[in-house]
Design a protein around this ligand. Structure first.
Ligand SMILES: Nc1ncnc2c1ncn2[C@@H]1O[C@H](COP(=O)(O)OP(=O)(O)O)[C@@H](O)[C@H]1O
Ligand SMILES: [Mg+2]
Length: 271
């Protein structure tokens, strides 16, 4: 297998953070891995505030925009709805081609989805349909606290029904880090009832103040002034994120069973 699909139980659960750090970790070990964002909404492809740009900054790599994020919409809506409003028809074929283009040039591609499994990306095509077509093993990122057993088991149920192999679940305390007494028992419950390993739990890493990044004005392509503003925002964000990324990477190494992920990437996990 040549890649991994990072999905989640919801939006905001930590897919981007996990995918970005995983690529960063792999690259530090000399493994040629790159990130991809299958479809992005809420930010244009170049927006420093978008997931695609965040993935590149944390991973410390450059990837051509067309392959990194084959579709991006400014509206903060489900991709299928955002595409409709932009008058664009999302084709699974273009996303698959972008993945293949990255695969030809790199050893591993870590693909981040959008939201959870049943988020529509085009008409009635869902993220899980794209996953089935890509045929990659999945990591499910989920909240660590109360409510996660339900969301995680539902997600695992659907993945199993579709025959999508699951490497495991990564639980994430998220940005707020409120104490949650359920978080202690959730890993065991998920493993027992979901039948997949919980690879680990990410605790809250303090985030420094994040500068507001400029957004792409409508009527792209960007002019010179916008490009310069983006460049400046990228530099500021990179500096603001540096401490977070290092601390989060150390936690990822300490708390998450990355060897299971490496085995899946290397295709040594027999199916
Ligand atoms: N363990 C964590 N500690 C601190 N902040 C986190 C942690 N996990 C996620 N975050 C923050 O929470 C927000 C949502 O995470 P993100 O990875 O973007 O979620 P998703 O990709 O699933 O929408 C981001 O601002 C991210 O930096
Ligand atoms: Mg994300």
């Amino acid at each position: 297998m040549s890649g991994l699909f990072v999905t989640g139980t919801d939006t905001g659960v930590g897919k981007t953070v996990f995918a970005a750090l995983l690529v960063r970790w792999l690259r530090r070990r000399g493994v040629d891995a790159v990130p991809m964002k299958a479809v992005q909404s809420g930010a244009a492809a170049e927006d420093p505030a978008g997931d695609a740009a965040r993935l590149l900054r944390a991973a410390g790599v450059t990837v051509p925009k067309e392959a990194l994020v084959p579709y991006a919409f400014r509206a903060p809506l489900a991709p299928a709805v955002a595409a409709d409003k932009a008058g664009v028809r999302v084709e699974l074929g273009r996303i698959l081609a972008a993945y293949q283009a990255l695969r030809r040039r790199h050893r591993h591609v870590v693909v981040e989805g959008a939201g959870g499994l049943m988020v529509p990306i085009a008409g009635d095509i869902l993220i899980v349909d794209l996953m089935e077509r890509l045929g990659l093993p999945a990591v499910v990122v989920a909240r660590s606290g109360l409510g996660t057993v339900n969301h995680t088991l539902l997600s695992l149920h659907l993945l199993r029904a579709r025959g999508i192999p699951v490497v495991g679940v990564v639980l994430n305390d998220g940005p707020h880090g409120e104490p949650d007494p359920s978080a202690e028992d959730n890993p065991r419950l998920i493993e027992r009832l979901g039948g997949v390993p919980v690879l680990g739990r990410l605790r809250t890493v303090p985030e420094g103040p994040k500068p507001d990044a400029p957004r792409m004005p409508s009527g792209a392509p960007p002019d010179r002034a916008t490009e310069e503003a983006f460049g400046e925002a990228e530099r500021t964000l990179r500096e603001a994120e540096a401490a977070f990324d290092e601390a989060a990477l150390a936690m990822l190494e300490a708390e998450v069973d990355l060897s299971a992920i490496v085995r899946a990437l290397e295709g040594r996990e027999g199916r």
